[in-house]
Design a protein around this ligand. Structure first.
Ligand code: GDP
Length: 478
């Protein structure tokens, strides 16, 4: 073990000790909610909190369905250094009648504490009295999670891997401007700040282009380049890969040495504090995945998603946070992967979507040689914006979904005005999940963005949120 690991271990132990001491008095569960930008984190958390506070229809969430939950309320969150998840603002956005709209998505880490009072299940447990669980929901960008492998990687190796990946598949066609500039850079020439900044700008534009709807690629570290949080414009982000071997050594004063120093600072001042301060303190994790967009974008996007999930699972591998677990028994013991926006498909495809995600996750777990927490998968819609509809067209009956498409969305020649309902045939998923991974669904699914539903009940309609809640917190309310 290196000296720096020991220091980091000490840092972690201090945080863990605080959690441990507090946890003795009041049991708490820190639930991480992550996923790449637009995967649906904000909508998921808002819907979950509302259902728990107001008593949503959650038949598969046993404690709720069995009437054992006596009271749920929000409490001031325990970490003063973290922004609060703006639940009320998000709810307000979704509830504004005709002007309702989806809330602004996650841009940085935030947290909210929910306290659940419940009647324990067993007779003996009940005689001890009612139970209380603090549920701390921690929302953070999945882009930051994909940075964790950088902790064990040198600048030269990261450069070599990043550039190799950019020379094939859909990345290549998006890398033109950046590659052209890269070809003008000499790692051993003397350091030049303007060139470093220009390289960072072009590299960031390349990453952003790989994320857009057509490509839908996932594995794109460094995550703060796309999701900077508080670091927007910081010199910590003014670096980019150089075309070097993975064992390159840079002489002092060279461009390579400047880039390497910034990369090392990025890891030391952004990635490690996130890992030790937040990630390593989680008990459970839900990873939201926009699998439908990846399936629709084709084989490269699906395989990239798999790479990203393997990277994520490697972070969760037991042992990587073993200092925490051995000292304080705190470690992530359950991870749920959830394919979001299942309401964009007819219900006949929900199980199929789940099976496809299961296959992707299993393959990723094999690749990451994963062992550790219990993993499950679910296809869900945090807020169901559509309902089922059957449409007969030329004698054929189609299983459709109906809702109000967002203004400007279009299918063929039809452009929607944001107020008109429409029934859409989104396409089917194949029964054999393997058949979905080879890219054959590319462009085959028809998605439009729907407006949130007009709220008629106290809580939002959803798909399988109760299953997610049962897996993530059910056992802690036993
Ligand atoms: P974040 O970036 O991960 O926080 O993603 P958001 O929660 O902001 O979701 C991104 C977008 O996905 C939203 O603005 C909605 O358009 C859409 N969305 C999220 N959840 C759902 C859902 O359950 N159903 C539907 N139809 N759309 C959703």
């Amino acid at each position: 073990m290196k000296f720096s690991d020991l220091i980091d271990g000490g840092r972690l132990a201090a945080g863990g000790l605080k959690d441990f001491a507090v946890g003795l008095a009041h049991p708490s569960l820190r639930l991480g909610v992550t996923g790449l930008s637009r995967a649906g984190k904000t909508v998921f958390i808002t819907s979950l909190i509302q259902a728990l506070l107001k008593g949503g229809r959650f038949p598969a969430f046993e404690a709720y369905a069995g009437g054992r939950i006596s009271r749920v309320y929000l409490e001031p969150q325990p970490d003063d250094g973290l922004p609060r998840f703006p639940y009320e603002d998000h709810l307000e956005a979704l509830s504004q009648g005709e002007t309702r709209h989806w809330p602004e998505g996650t841009r940085q880490i935030s947290q909210l504490r929910l306290t659940i009072e419940y009647e324990p299940r067993g007779l003996v447990a009940r005689t001890v009295g009612s139970g209380k669980l603090h549920l701390d929901i921690v929302d953070y960008p999945g882009e930051w999670l994909l940075d964790l492998p950088l902790m064990g990687m040198s600048y030269a190796r990261w450069s070599a891997l990043t550039i190799a990946a950019s020379r094939s598949g859909p990345r290549l066609s998006r890398a033109g401007d950046w590659h052209a500039h890269l070809a003008t850079l000499d790692a051993m020439a003397s350091a030049d700040e303007t060139k470093a900044i220009r390289a960072a700008q072009l590299f960031t534009a390349y990453l952003a282009s790989c994320r857009d709807d057509d490509a839908s690629l996932s594995a794109l570290p460094p995550g703060r380049f796309l999701m900077p949080g508080d670091f927007a414009g910081s010199p910590l982000l003014a670096f980019a890969p150089l075309d070097v071997n993975e064992d390159a050594v840079f002489s002092s004063g060279s461009l390579g040495a400047l880039m390497e120093r910034r990369y090392d600072s990025y890891v030391a001042r952004i990635v490690k504090p996130f890992f030790f301060g937040h990630f390593a303190r989680l008990d459970r994790q839900i990873v939201l995945v926009d699998a439908l967009s990846a399936l629709n974008a084709g084989a490269a996007a699906v395989s990239d998603l798999q790479t990203a999930l393997a990277g994520i699972l490697a972070c969760f591998r037991q042992g990587s946070n073993s200092i925490v677990s051995s000292l304080f028994g705190r470690r992530i013991d359950r991870i749920l992967f959830a394919a979001t926006k299942a309401d964009l498909l007819h219900q006949t495809s929900h199980d199929r979507l789940e099976n496809i995600l299961r296959l992707i996750v299993n393959d990723a777990a094999n690749r990451a040689e994963y062992s550790g927490a219990v993993i499950d998968v679910v296809a869900l819609a945090a807020i169901r914006a559509t309902r089922e509809a059957r449409v007969t067209q030329k004698g054929e009956t189609l299983d459709c979904i109906a809702g109000t498409p967002e203004k400007g969305e279009a299918i063929g020649n039809q452009v929607f005005d944001g107020n008109t309902e429409a029934a859409i045939f989104p396409g089917d998923l194949p029964e054999n999940p393997r058949a979905a991974l080879d890219g054959s669904l590319e462009g085959h699914l028809k998605f439009v963005r729907f407006r949130p539903p007009l709220k008629r009940l106290e809580t939002f309609p959803h798909i399988r949120m109760d299953r997610a809640a049962e897996f993530l917190i059910g056992d802690r309310l036993a």
